[in-house]
Design a protein around this ligand. Structure first.
Ligand SMILES: C[S@@+](CC[C@H](N)C(=O)[O-])C[C@H]1O[C@@H](n2cnc3c(N)ncnc32)[C@H](O)[C@@H]1O
Length: 256
């Protein structure tokens, strides 16, 4: 009996140790779950599929880095590209929500902001935070307050759904490493009858003094946008160097 009693005590002690170990294990598990949750979320967010080097027969251009940002605001840009004419062709109205996709240091963003006025907004998107910083400095210097800078990812521009009247892409689309994901996201962001204005240097014209990799032909653009749910609604061919092609959502298109 005595020995049974002795045996019971250590058993009880063992049970107590088990309880404490179980409690510690439980606390560890909780900590692991809480610490890993944001990492898991971020991993989902940050893991784009492999970047493409080619899309539908076209070689994708590398991203222009912020080191070259001064070129975007060079003195000769207006004379070479007729930027004011492009801005007029966009027919931006006060109060609209517009997006400058791949805004760089904001050459077009600031102009768009003045046109939509205090009741409108410009969603200025770029993957390079340095470009957004340069844009911010320029907007502050001009006391413009209706610009919302957004740092997008290579597959997600982080646009709100069905809220945008116009998405402008000047000299940007040919750099997308994930064109299909970007097109899908922009399509979802457009209001019904919202427009996407694609502006690219003309590949067909050898006189346009831009490297081939940074030009696009109309035929190539038509190979890429309609299969991704966009229909061509207007073309503007009065700029000296660039195509301007307006697209709307093709409502018959089924998302993959
Ligand atoms: C040649 S610059 C044009 C800047 C501006 N649109 C202009 O005309 O002054 C191209 C810009 O597109 C940005 N870009 C490239 N891929 C992008 C993506 N997937 N999403 C957003 N911006 C992107 C680059 O970081 C760069 O600032």
């Amino acid at each position: 009996m005595k020995s049974d009693f002795r045996r019971l005590r250590p058993q009880a002690g063992h049970k107590g140790r088990d309880g404490r170990q179980f409690f510690r294990l439980f606390v560890w598990l909780l900590a692991v779950v809480f610490l890993c949750a944001p990492i898991t979320g971020a991993a989902e967010d940050a893991k784009p599929p492999k970047p493409l080097t080619k899309y539908k027969g076209r070689k994708i251009a590398p991203t222009m880095t912020y080191h070259g940002a001064d070129w975007l605001i060079r003195n000769t840009r207006e004379q070479e590209e007729h930027c004011n004419t492009l801005i007029e062709a966009l027919k931006i109205k006060p109060g609209q929500a517009v997006c400058d996709m791949g805004c760089g240091n904001g050459f077009y963003t600031l102009r768009m902001a003045r046109l939509v006025g205090k009741d409108g907004r410009v969603l200025a998107i770029d993957v390079q935070p340095e470009m957004l910083h340069l844009l911010d400095l320029r907007a502050k210097a001009e006391q413009i307050e209706n610009i919302e800078p957004i740092q997008g990812t290579l597959i997600d521009p982080k646009l709100p759904e069905a809220e945008v009247d116009l998405i402008l892409l000047v000299d940007v689309y040919h750099e997308f490493s994930h064109p299909e994901q970007m097109l899908q996201a922009m399509r979802r962001a457009l209001k019904p009858h919202g427009r996407l204005a694609l502006v690219e240097f003309r590949l067909e014209d050898p006189e346009v003094p831009i490297k081939l990799l940074h030009k696009m032909s109309k035929a190539q653009i038509m190979k890429e946008l309609p299969p991704n749910g966009f229909k061509l609604v207007e073309e503007y061919e009065k700029l000296p160097w660039q195509h301007v092609m307006f697209f709307e959502r093709d409502e018959e298109h089924e998302e993959p």
